[in-house]
Design a protein around this ligand. Structure first.
Ligand SMILES: Nc1ncnc2c1ncn2[C@@H]1O[C@H](COP(=O)(O)OP(=O)(O)O)[C@@H](O)[C@H]1O
Ligand SMILES: [Mg+2]
Length: 294
């Protein structure tokens, strides 16, 4: 397997707060890997360090080009999280995608015919060719994600980097996006993405990196989605279930008290027997229900 990315002993601090500590990572050409970890774990920061958008406090990121390749260095493309995009910016789908093109030292500030064709080809590949002249604001969440994926693909990257590509959209749209990425990977694209969707990652993504400021573990889903590793990554009580050949991950429900679910209940004297800490019972379907009815 040809290596494409090596991360050596990488650390990052924002002001004096450590965000990432001594990260070592290796990706080979054709790999599909997902970084998982809780909010604030440093996932986006790690992607930005790899992309060269942030400077590390310590360590280095090395991009390695295959000796047969025509380019001197691997090309990276980034699909940011959809919620960091200004959707009101007055541009069409075609213009957004064109912005992602590889730029030679000199280029015209408008698309050439060849570039227009290239943009259209990528839009067709992602089945959004008919939206080329639409304003990006008028698109659905799933279409907006495809536009940003098209913008990344038009650069013909060697490594595609995506931040939470399946978040902020409904389940079906997220699944479609994932299948698109799996198809791209089948065609040879190397992919590194972050995700908060552990069950989707467990079912579909061949290599998982568990991050919480440092790399807790990495490997195939079966190897890393274990309760000890997930508890360490999420600093919580995680539950791993095996069902019908599927691996399911869930946060273990903690024992609720009435205080958790009832905001300062105003109760009459007849309810005096209810103490604020009356525990809730687990129902057979896993939902917490009050142990006593009011
Ligand atoms: N520009 C910034 N300045 C200061 N702190 C930041 C900045 N960006 C992120 N952070 C902090 O770095 C930590 C990691 O953030 P981030 O990489 O966005 O994590 P994740 O993507 O896993 O949620 C968080 O505590 C966040 O508050
Ligand atoms: Mg993030």
């Amino acid at each position: 397997m040809d290596p494409i990315l090596e991360v050596h002993n990488l650390s990052l601090q924002y002001r004096h707060t450590p965000v990432l500590q001594e990260i070592n990572l290796h990706l080979h050409s054709g790999q599909f890997a997902a970084i998982v970890g809780p909010s604030g774990a440093g996932k986006t920061s790690l992607l930005k360090l790899i992309l060269g958008l942030l400077r590390a406090t310590q360590g280095q990121v090395q991009l390695i080009q295959d000796s047969n390749a025509s380019r001197s260095a691997p090309r990276l493309s980034y699909v940011p999280q959809v919620d960091v995009v200004d959707w009101n910016f007055p541009v069409t789908v075609q213009q957004v995608v064109w912005m992602g093109r590889p730029r030679p030292k000199f280029s015209w500030p408008w698309p050439t015919d060849a570039e227009k064709q290239r943009v259209q080809n990528v839009l067709e590949q992602l089945e959004i060719g008919h939206l080329a002249n639409q304003h990006i604001r008028n698109l659905s969440g799933g279409q907006q994600q495809r536009v940003f994926l098209a913008r990344a693909l038009v650069a013909e990257p060697d490594l595609l980097v995506l931040d939470e590509p399946t978040s902020g959209v409904d389940m079906r749209t997220a699944e479609n996006m994932l299948h698109l990425l799996l198809d791209l990977n089948q065609q040879g694209m190397t992919i590194l993405m972050t995700t908060h969707d552990l069950n989707m990652a467990a079912a579909h993504i061949p290599w998982i990196i568990c991050l919480n400021k440092r790399i807790i573990a990495e490997g195939e889903p079966e190897a890393v989605f274990t309760e000890p590793i997930l508890n360490e990554t999420y600093q919580g009580d995680m539950m791993v279930l095996h069902h019908d050949g599927l691996l399911l991950v869930q946060q273990r429900p903690h024992e609720h008290t009435r205080d958790d679910v009832l905001p300062n209940p105003i109760l009459g004297h007849e309810a005096d027997f209810l103490t604020p800490t009356t525990p809730l019972e687990e129902s057979p379907n896993g939902c917490a229900t009050p142990a006593v009815s009011v």
